[in-house]
Design a protein around this ligand. Structure first.
Ligand code: URP
Ligand code: ZN
Ligand code: ZN
Length: 475
């Protein structure tokens, strides 16, 4: 095992920042040393990285991804290999991907299939959540087996009838099991029945462009489903984590539940903080015409900026009404994938890829005064680690923790876009032209340098499966 010293940087945690050198032995951090001190004699290491003038962050944890997910008649375009490599480029050192069980499929079979897809291919560490669709007795048994395997969180859907949707009774049964075995219940909160009718009516009226994807999934459908999920969780006595929240009214439902003392948590994504219905879904380009907006078709949809959702979401990150920012990384190319929805927005595969950019985009929130540097660390690493049972090993720079570390240059610069910074397997960037006032200089995964001044130097198979514990926010 080799030793490595990160010297001269400012170590940032969710509670503060301190000038300290970080000593790594093998895969773990072994000491934080005040600069200029030699408490146990001179510190020597086989390798030293100069971090003077740089921030030293715990590696990013993206707790919501869909690598190679079969969806919408095609498959998400990043494999575990390409997606995890892109994540590394952007300072993410752990991701939690969703195993999918579509109606009629076996839960454990799917879980084993996901292991086969990921094993030997990942550049960084990874864990799994499990999606349950048609909740059967067998699914409830599988939930116990999966918790023992380190899959301690389960996602259900209130939308996508016939594909992923669970009815309220099925949701209740899964939540009751969650209340019993301590796992965290995650919800895609949109009223699918209402949306299906609106989509049909919208298309029948001749409104077929991507803009109408947003129009046919109104915030009321998100607010209603969020409220319903909270009530069902309350009945079951289960903790609830609402994924990809985009509507300010849904935030208010989550905040009200938390104020009542309920174990309800909310996650938003960079797309809901930065992008909008008017600017993206309604976009028209020379290359794609009005299909341009398909680049940003995802569900829940991008919301109107005039209605103030983006502003409210940033605020909710400051006030802790929303606790998490994940990407919901689910990339599709325009060619042959998003294109499937030309003339019918309901056929556009739903999803946006951004695993590479979450850290930079959230750091830009520090630069623009939306969040503090400490809150940035909390949102991108510490809270995901605690929420999903990895804290101590992940999410913190402290003796005993895995040496998952990002050395970030606040004086550096990152230009996002195809041909610039873009390593995801997709033929466009959802953030083309975004300029970031900061730069990921070095990335370490369990003590191994995987990004340095020359670029990505990691390899597939370095990343290991993380057997997660129960959420550390729950008693
Ligand atoms: O549009 C989205 N969000 N695609 C990924 C699947 C999901 O619902 O998270
Ligand atoms: Zn979802
Ligand atoms: Zn998702």
């Amino acid at each position: 095992m080799s030793t490595l010293l990160i010297k001269g940087g400012t170590v940032v945690s969710s509670t503060g920042r301190v000038d300290a050198d970080v000593l790594i032995d093998g895969e773990r951090i072994v000491a934080l040393i005040a600069p200029g001190t030699e408490p146990l004699g001179p510190i020597t290491a086989e390798k030293t990285i100069d971090a003077s003038g740089k921030y030293v962050f715990p590696g990013g944890i993206d707790a919501h991804t869909h690598m190679e997910m079969p969806f919408g008649g095609t498959s998400a375009s990043d494999t575990f290999e390409t997606g995890s490599r892109a994540a590394a480029w952007g300072g993410t050192t752990t991701f939690v991907d969703f195993v999918v069980q579509y109606a009629g499929e076996g839960v454990m079979e799917q879980y084993h299939k996901w292991h086969e897809k990921a094993a030997g291919n990942c550049a960084i560490d990874y864990g799994f959540h499990q999606i349950l669709s048609d909740v059967q007795d067998e699914s409830l048994t599988a939930m116990d087996e999966l918790v023992a395997e380190g899959v301690t969180s389960f996602k259900l859907f209130m939308a996508y009838r016939g594909v992923l949707l669970s009815d309220d009774g099925q949701i209740l049964r899964a939540f009751q099991k969650g209340a019993q075995n301590g796992s965290l219940m995650m919800m895609h909160a949109e009223n699918g029945s209402v949306i299906d009718v609106l989509v049909g009516q919208t298309l029948a009226a001749g409104n077929t462009s991507p803009y109408y994807h947003g129009i046919s999934r109104p915030w009321q459908a998100e607010e209603e489903a969020t409220h319903r999920a909270i009530m069902i969780a309350d009945i079951a006595g289960a903790p609830l984590y609402v994924v990809h929240v985009s509507a300010k009214q849904a935030v208010e439902q989550i905040a009200a539940a938390r104020d009542r003392g309920a174990n309800v948590f909310g996650e938003t994504c960079p797309q809901y903080l930065y992008l909008s219905l008017e600017e993206q879904l309604a976009a028209v380009s020379e290359q794609w015409g009005e299909l341009e907006g398909a680049k940003w078709v995802c569900s829940t949809p991008l919301r109107s900026r005039h209605e103030g959702h983006q502003h409210h979401l940033w605020q909710s990150l400051r006030t802790n009404d929303i606790q998490m920012v994940s990407t919901d990384h689910c990339p599709f190319c325009m060619k042959e994938q998003k294109e499937m929805g030309r003339g019918d927005f309901s056929k556009i595969p739903n999803g946006i890829g951004s695993i590479e950019h979450r850290m930079d985009l959230m750091y830009q929130g520090v630069v623009s005064g939306q969040i503090t540097l400490e809150r940035f660390v909390e949102l991108t690493s510490t809270t995901p680690a605690r929420m999903f049972g990895m804290y101590g090993r992940k999410g913190v720079i402290a003796p005993g923790a895995d040496a998952d570390i990002v050395i970030y240059d606040p004086a550096g610069h990152t230009s996002i876009g195809v041909g610039k910074t873009h390593h995801m397997n997709m033929d466009y960037s959802a953030y083309e032209g975004y300029e970031i006032d900061g730069h990921v200089d070095f990335v370490l995964s369990r003590g191994t340098v995987i990004v340095d001044e020359t670029g990505y130097v990691g390899h597939p198979g370095h990343g290991k499966y993380i057997k997660r514990g129960l959420s550390q926010y729950l008693l």
